[in-house]
Design a protein around this ligand. Structure first.
Ligand SMILES: Cc1ncc(COP(=O)(O)O)c(C=O)c1O
Length: 341
């Protein structure tokens, strides 16, 4: 298969339509067989549930080329499971997890010409999502849903080198206790837009959200979980029912413990103790880990000893090991790498 003529190294993170997308419809209480289609546009009624009451959830994962030339995806079964959990919380019919993985395989195969070559640093971003599509005017769940997956090639995250981020402690809350912070619902991102635009306007790269009940504990950013390294080299991440269970963070904790022999703690992390940590990073599918150099809490600066030039040494090791596993240089735990082609 001949690759598309794309300047892979200089791709950014924006939507570029590819040839095929996967679509399945839920109607009369069941999902249809699903199919690959070419039309990138969706026609729906003006009163569709998603448009009126934001009944929509999504996932994000990547396909990429390993050194030996295979196209693979990283732990798509966990995205499938998370989408099922998101669906249940928003009263949507879960798309079966095994069908999710099969649909990912189908859509990536159909767009293999857009999967960036090994060594480019670029990847094929995969966006599964589903939404209520029939007219809904009273506030209630829709009866009909559409599940879709599109793909779009995206560039290397750390173009021009890794630059540690400066983040601010946000005055906005991201998630309420017993709310929807633990699922990947569009509504969580809609309400974060004002906070991120405000953070950028104030010169910060990202927001550090605190728990909205006490505003004393670190939660996450708008799109990544936190990982901290203590001065005695323990890996610490916030435990909270109101953050998204990041697949990258869960994988990094396993890597820390089983590949690097580090002690790992998932627990409450108080804003007050952040100044004691040696390193800080944000973990998510896009960057794996982005180092944080500085946290600003209402004018008070917390500068990590790892500095503003590069990743700290332990975060670097975690990053190298997980990306080594993803790229096939280091043996992966059973079931982590889904070979697509
Ligand atoms: C709010 C939020 N937290 C964390 C993450 C990181 O999750 P993952 O590692 O599964 O990409 C994401 C991205 O999906 C996110 O949107």
């Amino acid at each position: 298969m001949e690759k598309k003529k794309i300047d892979w190294e200089n791709l950014g993170f924006s939507y570029i339509p590819t040839d095929k997308r996967y679509v399945a419809n839920f109607k009369d209480g069941k999902w249809d067989d699903g199919a690959l289609i070419t039309d990138a546009n969706i026609v729906m009624n003006e009163c569709a549930g998603v448009l009126q009451y934001a009944q929509t959830i999504f996932e994000g994962l990547k396909a990429y080329t390993t050194e030996d030339g295979h196209i693979v995806a990283f732990r798509p079964d966990l995205n499938a499971e998370r989408l099922v959990n998101s669906a249940k919380r928003l009263e949507m019919p879960p798309f079966p997890a095994e069908r999710f993985v099969d649909a990912v395989v189908q859509v990536v195969k159909a767009n293999a010409a857009y999967v960036p070559p090994y060594g480019s640093g670029a990847t094929l971003y995969i966006r599964p999502y589903m939404f209520g599509i029939n007219p809904v005017i009273g506030v209630k769940p829709a009866d009909e849903y559409q599940f879709r997956i599109f793909t779009t090639p995206v560039g290397p995250y750390f173009k021009g080198g890794v630059k540690p981020l400066t983040i601010c402690v946000s005055d906005f809350d991201r998630a309420a206790p017993h709310g929807t912070g633990h699922i990947k619902a569009g509504l969580n991102y809609a309400m974060s837009l004002h906070a991120i635009v405000t953070a950028h306007a104030n010169g910060f790269d990202e927001n550090m959200y605190l728990d909205s009940a006490t505003r004393t504990k670190v939660e996450e950013t708008g799109g990544a979980n936190f990982i901290f390294i203590t001065k005695d080299n323990k890996v610490v991440t916030p435990h909270s029912d109101t953050i998204l269970p990041s697949i990258t963070r869960r994988s990094l904790l396993y890597v820390a413990e089983h590949y690097l022999g580090l002690e790992v703690e998932e627990r409450d992390v108080y804003l007050e103790e952040v100044k004691e940590f040696a390193e800080c990073g944000l973990c998510g599918t896009a960057a794996v880990i982005s180092p944080v150099g500085k946290v600003v809490d209402h004018g008070k600066e917390i500068c990590f000893p790892s500095g503003m030039e590069k990743m700290g040494p332990t975060i670097q090791k975690l990053y190298d090991t997980l990306t080594g596993i993803q790229m096939g240089h280091i043996e992966a735990p059973e079931g982590w790498i889904k070979v697509i082609e």
